[in-house]
Design a binder for this molecule. Sequence first.
Ligand code: PLP
Length: 394
Amino acid sequence: EIQLAGRVKALTPSATLAITAKAKQLKAEGHDIIGLGAGEPDFNTPQHIIDAATASMNEGHTKYTPSAGLARLINAIINKFKVDQGLDYKPNEIIVTSGAKHALYTLFQVLLDEGDEVIIPVPYWVSYPEQVKLAGGKPIFVEGLESNDFKITPEQLAGAITEKTKAVIINSPSNPTGMVYTADELQALGKVCLEKNVLIVSDEIYEKLIYGDNKHVSIAELSPELKEQTIIINGVSKSHSMTGWRIGFAAGNGTIIKAMVNLASHSTSNPTTTAQYGAIAAYEGSQAAVEEMKEAFEHRLNVIYDKLVAIPGISCIKPQGAFYLYPNVKEAATLSGFSTVDEFATALLEEAMVAVVPGSGFGSPDNIRLSYATSLDVLEAAVARIGQFVESKL
Ligand code: PLP
């Protein structure tokens, strides 16, 4: 019998997997399933990016690049930081990675020793705790209360810090809640981090998807001290609808980035060359498509939000960014005769034929996550189905 490594056995299987597998099975059996589980924009990558990547191959750029990424891409990222956030980074403070996910993975590998603690606000993106554990670290969960827009407070943060605390993760706009931290809130959290010398991992992958009067603020913008204390994680996946290209980056302290480059040189060698050329076009070219996609998401959100919260027993804080709704459906589950939201979500799939992700996977078992990265027609049909399902059980 094969004995796998302990670190792999300790991985929690993705909570979304069971329901995704079930949705696939029902679909294969011919059932008309609507899937709202998607974690990626439904738009194709803008054509000028595809063209630039194709041209780069025809021009012979099909070989290894430096492990940190192409100099031209690093410069494009530096310029993006200047334009978007007024931040100045040097080339040795940036590493291009195979997606933002691998930037985070590499970061925790170079940062954490056995038993080091990383504070993870709940609800959280599913990969954070697993990546911390894979690096030998210990996830410390701090609950962002729904009554506080799922955000953690400086008091909560201070209360969770021990002498083992290495870092805290801030993900704004958030997956799964869509909430955005304001500059004041970040300033207050940052003050705690500076006092206690805790690094800030700022996952800004949904930066460009922000709605209404809300603004994206990076905690690194707030002072030179906070910039030095923060590692920013970002990439082209969500902003430019490039999830499959696998290009992300980390920016921050040169010593940390150097260690990440060293590790990358022994693991990925470099992110795919062609994809890097695509990312250069994404950052150097017109940002019109980014804006158009954002507007489409915002329109969808505004149309379906009202319909969703009109369903008995469903309440939802209106998302400010990303492309997820994170309604509290505990009451709807109870009204429909289910003792848990997990069971309610399973019934939604089997009876209403709508696949959603139960909040238990993100650490908050009273909610479900609906992605609106799908067409308005499909979204309206899905919400109508959920409404009919609940009404039929009353
Ligand atoms: N961070 C968050 C919060 C995400 O939701 C995702 C993707 O789902 C990522 C990081 C990873 O992005 P990438 O596709 O660039 O690896």
